[in-house]
Design a protein around this ligand. Structure first.
Ligand SMILES: *Cc1c(COP(=O)(O)O)cnc(C)c1O
Length: 381
């Protein structure tokens, strides 16, 4: 039988069910119970961020960020176009306007040298996306933000455990957002977290998350009743989700290390194809510690990426492309603004291939993928 190699496969640490059982015994299944508290504390210790709130997705954390920063009708927010829709939606839902900027060819992150040119009187914030868990050039981004008094949101959806100059991603801007969706390294089905790096936002964040009430404060015993304080929504996950996530979070370093081994093996083995000019491999700047969320290659311009994906599939290899640039999409044109043509974004979107990466993918299977990739690329070039 022909083997089928999936692009992604979930990994379970083994403690998920026993933690969920404990949550059931606690007689508390809604949010902000024992496991929510413990998971938040664990993330705080791991990242060094003093205030973490679990959310039901990274999308929710991004939406909370837009609320906290008071993004309003007509406010402009600078971001890459090469990202997931949630990065932009969070801003558009508040009436804000995403301003799409091109990415760097090497890291596929926002080109920090283009940010300043995109600032207008209406600019309120910058959203950076740490693609594949490789950090954006945060020193430059933060310097620009300080100069123009802009807020910074880190879409660190893919970046749990990754660092920039020894700082955990998500802790450098005003707010940071993680995803624990099953497609990420650390998972709980659907889940996320908001990292709040400015004390002045702590209370507002809790209120937006708890349907506009100060219930979180009440639960801590700081007040004796809670009431409606502001607009808000429900952004907190239940205890079973938090319990599942704790089992994963506790093994985060091990999980990322396993993925890094697979990443490193691809990287070493694909050097030859890069030397032959058929592909470009990912680039990780010296100041970055990444988490091996994605192993991607960019195929040479003269190659037909979609044909290569189809041929890989015929051998059972599920490699995939990635984002349709937001500036070129229907909603991106309707709700966003783009200055000029985003050449690197366009090139990347049409030439990127993400290779299977998941715990349990062994060297033999990786060799199978690499050998077929090599022969497909050579035949087609
Ligand atoms: C996965 C992802 C999201 C969305 O995460 P959810 O937890 O599914 O809401 C947002 N931004 C980026 C860059 C992502 O990769």
């Amino acid at each position: 039988m022909k083997q089928k190699i999936p692009f992604n496969k979930i990994y379970l640490t083994g403690n998920e069910i026993s933690y969920i059982k404990k949550a059931l015994k606690n007689d508390h299944l809604s949010g902000d119970g024992f496991f929510t508290e413990k998971t938040q504390k664990t993330i705080q210790n791991f990242t060094g961020c003093p205030k973490v709130l679990l959310t039901h997705s990274c999308t929710a954390a991004l939406e909370m960020s837009a609320l906290i920063l008071n993004i309003k009708e007509g406010d402009e927010v600078i971001m890459p176009s090469f990202t997931f829709t949630s990065t932009a939606n969070a801003i558009c839902l508040r009436g804000g306007i995403p301003v799409f900027v091109d990415i760097r060819k090497d890291t596929l992150n926002i080109d920090e040298t283009l940010i300043e040119k995109s600032i207008t009187k209406k600019t309120k914030a910058i959203v950076v996306v740490h693609y594949a868990g490789v950090a954006c050039e945060m020193d430059v981004v933060m310097k620009i933000a300080r100069k123009y008094k802009l807020s910074v949101i880190e879409d660190a959806a893919q970046a749990y455990g990754a660092k920039y100059k020894n700082k955990s991603l998500g802790t450098i801007g005003d707010l940071g957002c993680f995803s624990f969706h099953e497609s990420k390294n650390i998972i709980c089905g659907e889940g996320g977290a908001l990292l709040i790096n400015k004390p002045k936002f702590y209370l507002a964040a809790e209120i937006y998350r708890e349907k506009g009430t100060d219930r979180t404060k009440f639960l801590r015993g700081e007040i004796n009743k809670y009431s409606w304080k502001n607009i808000g929504s429900s952004y907190l996950p239940g205890e079973t989700t938090a319990a599942f996530l704790l089992a994963q979070i506790e093994k985060a370093t091990w999980i990322n290390n396993q993925r890094l081994k697979i990443w490193d093996y691809y990287h070493k083995k694909l050097f030859k194809l890069e030397k032959d000019g058929l592909i470009t491999r990912p680039f990780v700047p010296d100041v970055c510690i990444h988490n091996a969320h994605i192993y991607y290659i960019l195929v040479s311009k003269k190659l037909d990426r979609n044909l290569i994906l189809r041929e890989l599939k015929s051998f059972g290899i599920n490699a995939v492309f990635h984002y349709i640039p937001l500036d070129s999409s229907f909603a991106g044109k309707a709700y966003g603004k783009t200055l000029g043509v985003l050449n690197n974004t366009k090139e990347t979107a049409s030439h990127i291939i993400r290779l299977p990466i998941w715990i349990g993918l062994n060297k033999k299977t990786q060799d199978f993928i690499i050998d077929h990739l090599e022969s497909i690329l050579k035949i087609n070039s």
